[in-house]
Design a protein around this ligand. Structure first.
Ligand code: BES
Ligand code: MN
Ligand code: ZN
Length: 489
């Protein structure tokens, strides 16, 4: 869908709907013609609309403007927090896309604390995300939303606003790519399919190049942990490396993203129970967010040097699958006793983390993974866990999350947790027991990230919505990651 900004006189601006945010306390927006305000007042006096927070009201054939209807959005009586602003916009977008509205005009709200630039950027993103459908596997998909254009209106011309809607749209495009990849069924979305996604991206964007290591190459190179997971499947594991050069490489090195790409996680020989196992198709959510972020970065042409690695494999029980008790040698040289084959994410990630450090010497590495059920217990669906060996990096990610409503929450990486990974037979074991499961998983990864700023996002609770008809991939944390990268520029 298209977005624009405009300051043409409202009386002359034609639209199927004009969106106006109204609070209980302040006067009706001055930008509206007197007769429109009078009409809204009557509507409110008649009791049809009180502007309570989250209330939506349609007013047809409004006086004084060239719009077929008004969509009034109540903001209640207090200034909105960023988070309630975003959920209000989400609700508004839902109403808009369900209505016979092709062209919508949005009166920007000076009365709210959020900067107009932020409103346009995040508003664009939320509306574009709300038009998302995943219909590829339906014989009779529901008709698509009619909404084709949204124009943000403000009395003064402002170049920053035009840039803001482009940014918001590019982030939404990345989010929606991540959702598509997540929602694809695991019989179609397997490691080699993901390699194809990377190659297609490289065809679309000049600054992006792709290199794929086959499972055999990864094994030969010494990625024993990655190989232990990949070999249990008929589907070939893939180490997918994308390099984006939006700026000349410097001595400092690139920033690197590393995504867990388990296209299906049965648990392996430590087989998972059957109920909701289908949701383990989302176990490539970290990889999906890496692809989505790369897409956004390419769309925006950000002036950065970025390396993105996806460790793609399918975790299956098979005659060749790894067993509990197997000891493998990682690319770093450290050995791991695999006590539970269902703790496979850290096994594929540790070798990808070592690989990217050896080959690309990044200054910062961020890995993203649907790593532990324990993270869902700790934080639920509202925040991803943020671990980092560097306070500034942690803070930067948390800030980026706040700015986009894609929130994270800091978690500890204290040494005291490390001993839970002690093995009687190898340098470490791949599980840390029942306590603090998300933290010990992060501690495991920390052993593969020396001399680099490193952060780990456990997105097990945020990457998808589970159960029911609203089940589906969220595309998180593309907003957080891309905001972080933009803030670095
Ligand atoms: N992909 C899962 C984590 C997961 C489970 C995410 C449920 C979201 C919902 C991961 O590979 C896994 O199975 N982790 C195990 C680790 C355990 C064996 C130490 C877990 O969390 O149970
Ligand atoms: Mn698992
Ligand atoms: Zn997994």
């Amino acid at each position: 869908m298209d977005f624009a900004v405009s300051n043409r006189p409202l009386e002359k601006s034609k639209a199927d709907a004009l969106i106006v945010l109204l609070s209980k306390k302040s006067d009706l927006p001055e930008a509206l013609p007197d007769s429109t305000r009078e009409h809204i007042s009557q509507f409110m006096k008649a009791g049809d609309f009180s502007a309570s927070k989250g209330q939506l009201g349609w007013l047809h054939a409004p006086q004084g403007i060239n719009a077929a209807r008004l969509l009034l959005v109540g903001t209640g009586d207090s200034p909105l927090s960023d988070h309630s602003w975003l959920s209000l916009v989400q609700k508004t977008a839902k109403a808009l896309t369900a209505a016979p509205v092709k062209q919508a005009l949005w009166l920007l709200d000076d009365a709210q604390p959020q900067a107009l630039e932020w409103q346009v950027r995040e508003g664009t993103r939320v509306v574009e995300e709300s038009t998302y459908r995943f219909d590829a596997y339906r014989s009779n998909p529901a008709p698509a939303s009619k909404l084709a254009k949204l124009t943000f209106w403000h009395a003064e011309k402002d170049a920053a606003l035009a840039k803001a809607h482009k940014t918001g749209k590019a982030v939404a495009v990345g989010v929606n790519l991540a959702r598509d990849l997540g929602n694809l069924p695991p019989n179609d979305c397997f490691p080699e399919y993901l390699s194809g996604v990377a190659r297609d991206l490289a065809k679309d964007y000049e600054k992006l190049t792709v290199k794929v290591l086959s499972q055999a190459q990864a094994e030969k190179m010494g990625m024993g942990a990655f190989h232990a997971v990949a070999k249990g499947s008929e589907r070939q594991g893939q180490i997918i490396v994308m390099e984006y050069k939006g700026a000349k490489p410097t001595k400092q090195g690139p920033v690197a993203l590393v995504g867990k790409g388990i296209t299906f996680d049965t648990g392996g020989i430590s087989l998972k129970p059957g109920a909701t196992m289908d949701e383990m198709k989302y176990d490539m959510g970290g990889a999906a967010s890496v692809f989505g972020s790369v897409k956004t970065v390419c769309e925006l042409g950000l002036p950065i040097h970025l390396v993105a690695v996806v460790a793609a494999a399918e975790n299956m029980p098979d005659g060749r699958a790894a067993r509990p008790g197997d000891i493998v040698k990682t690319l770093s040289g450290q050995t791991v006793e695999i006590l539970n084959t269902d703790a496979e994410g850290r096994l594929v990630l540790c070798d990808a983390l070592t690989y990217v450090q050896q080959k690309h010497k990044p200054h910062t590495v961020i890995d993203i993974a649907t790593l532990t059920g324990a993270c869902v217990v700790a934080l639920g669906a509202h925040a991803q866990a943020v671990y980092a060996n560097d306070d500034a990096l942690s803070e930067a990610l948390l800030t980026a999350g706040k700015e986009t409503g894609d929130r994270g929450w800091p978690m500890p990486l204290w040494d005291e947790y490390q001993s839970q990974l002690d093995s009687p037979f190898a340098d470490m074991q791949n599980i840390g027991g029942p306590k603090a499961g998300s933290i010990t998983a992060a501690c495991f990864l920390s052993r593969f990230t020396k001399d680099v700023k490193w952060a780990h996002l456990d997105i097990a609770g945020t990457a998808w919505v589970s159960g029911g008809m609203s089940k589906g991939a969220t595309g998180r944390p593309v907003p957080m990651l891309t905001r972080y990268l933009m803030n670095q520029c």
